[in-house]
Design a protein around this ligand. Structure first.
Ligand code: SAM
Length: 280
């Protein structure tokens, strides 16, 4: 009998659960990127769904480290189709984000990003805000030869810039699986030659004219000085910040203003903010 259970747990559990599916190939794992309605902790928890034969339930419970509510799978239901329907393509500005390999409509820039272990399949308000902030910068006549995607997750933002204007991107993340997934996404989107994906937990020494940093409030505050130092001192250089809520906005803004930056643009969606900052 095939059974399924959905539960939430810290994102660190993903690696342990993936190891379980390697030991037991009969187990299928689906990792959702956000626990709905948990704004302050969204990036530290995932939603996990397991599909497994009933006899493997004890192994799953032991690995999950919590009781699981198993349900019998109804064989008459097409779960693959249902799961795909949960991830329809997204249209954000000029971007068509295909999460199930859908064909890109004429006139759109196709990004192929499957929902995955790495954050950033496009549906979160912060990712949308960063893409719209980048589009706003382009609408102001700025162009960027290179960018830093700090906290790249899936790499969607740097991949978007690579496809949009051939921008070379350095993607950094402190989550090892995300580093690999980002590189895979770059290849899948035909921009592997433009994207470098590496592990790091602090900004690099090299300066960039465009920086995306969609991380949480606290790392944005802690890393404000090195992030601003990483921003090239050239006209048009911009730091796109997101991952903080409207409530947290004033604290974030005071910090970046104190470092000599000025807020140029803002997008608010679902309680989340994305902002574009420039020198001066
Ligand atoms: C909200 S996700 C953003 C993903 C993608 N850039 C987007 O906009 O959809 C934040 C990412 O930042 C990474 N991260 C958080 N703190 C970090 C740090 N100090 N150094 C590097 N990466 C970090 C997380 O692992 C996660 O992949």
């Amino acid at each position: 009998m095939l059974t399924t259970a959905t539960f939430t747990a810290p994102k660190q559990l993903a690696d342990t659960l993936l190891a379980l599916t390697e030991t037991h190939p009969e187990i299928t794992l689906d990792v959702g990127e956000i626990v709905p309605n948990s704004l302050p902790t969204y990036s530290s928890h995932f939603t996990y769904t397991l599909w497994l034969p009933a006899e493997l339930q004890p192994a799953a419970v032991a690995t999950a480290g919590q009781p699981l509510n198993f349900k019998e799978v109804d064989a008459s239901i097409d779960y693959v189709a249902q799961t795909k329907a949960l991830f329809p393509p997204l249209l954000i500005g000029p971007y068509f984000i295909a999460r199930n390999n859908e064909a890109t409509p004429a006139g759109k820039i196709g990004l192929c990003i499957a929902p995955n272990r790495a954050f950033g399949s496009g549906e979160h308000a912060t990712t949308t805000g960063c893409l719209l902030g980048y589009e706003w910068l382009l609408s102001q006549g700025h162009t960027y030869k290179s960018c830093l995607d700090f906290g790249a997750g899936s790499g969607l933002l740097a991949i978007a810039a690579a496809k949009r204007q051939g921008t070379r991107g350095l993607c950094l993340d402190n989550d090892h699986p995300s580093v690999d997934i980002c590189a895979e996404n770059a290849a899948l989107n035909g921009v592997a030659d433009l994207i470098t994906s590496e592990w790091a937990d602090t900004p690099p020494a090299q300066a960039f004219p465009l920086i995306f940093a969609n991380i949480l409030l606290h790392p944005l505050l802690e890393l404000a000085t090195p992030l601003v130092q990483t921003l090239a001192p050239t006209p048009g250089s911009a730091l796109i910040l997101s991952g903080f809520t409207e409530e947290q906005g004033p604290e974030l803004e005071a910090r970046y203003r104190s470092l000599g930056l000025t807020k140029q643009w803002q997008h608010a969606q679902g309680g989340w903010l994305a902002q574009v900052w420039m020198r001066g």
